[in-house]
Design a protein. Structure first.
Length: 344
């Protein structure tokens, strides 16, 4: 189990990255991974901040693909990097942490948005010829989250992050169901962390849309807690259940999928209904935050919602959830989607 040794959240904390890297004795040769947009937001400034005391190499990536990962690994070896720092959103961080794992390097996470729990997890979502796969990756040795930068990102990204965290309610229910039916081993501590993270967001549901400093901090802390819960569990189980399988199925079926956290949020409404839980509370919290709760708000055809809920059983088939338990078919999926108002 490997957890972040430093977590720094606040205004203008990007400036503290060089200090953090020195304190952790990561070495003096850093490969900064960023994107075209996030270079302008944070990557370029980070490079300037580190230039005085570090040898800096920069790599801009596009998609979170196997090719991008390979490029980062190759560059890190070529320059003999001591560690990798990622300044960007989910795609940038996913590429950097998987490349770090392959190259055997420490990884520093510097998120520019709070759109999903990947900012502190040991799981990377990477595109390949078969679609999007989850890969074991290097968890960050440090997370430095500048609230000014994150606050300036589109609100949709923040709402997506909230949706990802709220969906942990059903992730946990699925894991506990697997223990009951399949005698699967669980981690009560990681379950408690995931549930706590979801509670943080729900209790702040009316505060988050105001985008105040305290609210932004709460969202970041909740997302980091989810990542830590996965590290404690040694898997994504406490943070990824039937709602995530639904989201991954949509990624395959939809021509233009929505954001990961948005899809998980909508999935959690339906899967909470299937569990017999308080799906209305989940839906209402998402509505108050401004996250999507319907197929129309996801801009995805209703037919695909039903198809994704059915085909989600094929995603990680070894992971037992309410979908397998109820043997979800088209009729059951359609009923759940209509009853919860996800489709009309």
């Amino acid at each position: 189990m490997k957890l972040p040794r430093e977590v720094i959240i606040g205004k203008n904390v990007l400036e503290r990255v060089p200090e953090v890297c020195d304190e952790l004795r990561l070495g003096k040769k850093v490969l900064i991974v960023t994107g075209e947009t996030t270079y302008r937001i944070a990557g370029g400034r980070l490079a300037s901040l580190m230039n005085d005391n570090f040898e800096v190499e920069m790599e801009k990536i596009g998609e979170a693909s196997e090719e991008s990962v390979k490029n980062v690994v190759d560059i890190s070896k070529k320059i003999k990097a001591d560690f990798i720092a990622a300044a960007g959103g989910g795609r940038v961080i996913d590429v950097a942490k998987l490349a770090s794992k392959i190259a055997g390097l420490e990884f520093v996470s510097i998120p520019t948005a709070a759109s999903h729990d990947g900012i502190a997890s040991a799981i990377a979502s990477i595109k390949n010829s078969r679609g999007v796969t989850s890969r074991a990756a290097e968890p960050p040795i440090a997370v430095v989250a500048d609230t000014d930068i994150i606050k300036s990102s589109p609100y949709r990204l923040l709402a997506s992050g909230c949706g990802d965290v709220i969906s942990k309610y059903t992730s946990v229910k699925d894991w506990m169901l697997a223990r009951q039916v399949k005698d699967e081993e669980i981690s009560e501590y990681s379950i408690a962390m995931s549930e706590m993270a979801a509670e943080i967001i729900v209790h702040a549901e009316n505060e988050i849309p105001q985008r105040g400093e305290a609210a932004i901090r709460k969202v970041i802390k909740a997302l980091i807690s989810c990542g830590v819960a996965m590290s404690i569990a040694g898997s994504s189980r406490p943070a990824s259940g039937s709602e995530h399988k639904f989201s991954h199925a949509l990624d395959i079926l939809a021509e233009k999928p929505a954001l990961h956290g948005e899809q998980c949020a909508v999935g959690s409404i339906m899967t909470m209904y299937l569990h017999g839980g308080d799906w209305c509370a989940v839906r209402d919290a998402l509505k108050n935050i401004g996250a999507p709760t319907t197929a129309e708000e996801l801009d995805i055809d209703s037919r695909l919602i039903v198809d994704a809920l059915v085909s989600a059983k094929k995603i990680k088939p070894h992971r037992y959830t309410i979908l397998e338990h109820l043997n979800i078919d088209k009729d059951k999926a359609e009923k759940a989607a209509i009853y919860t108002g996800v489709i009309e």
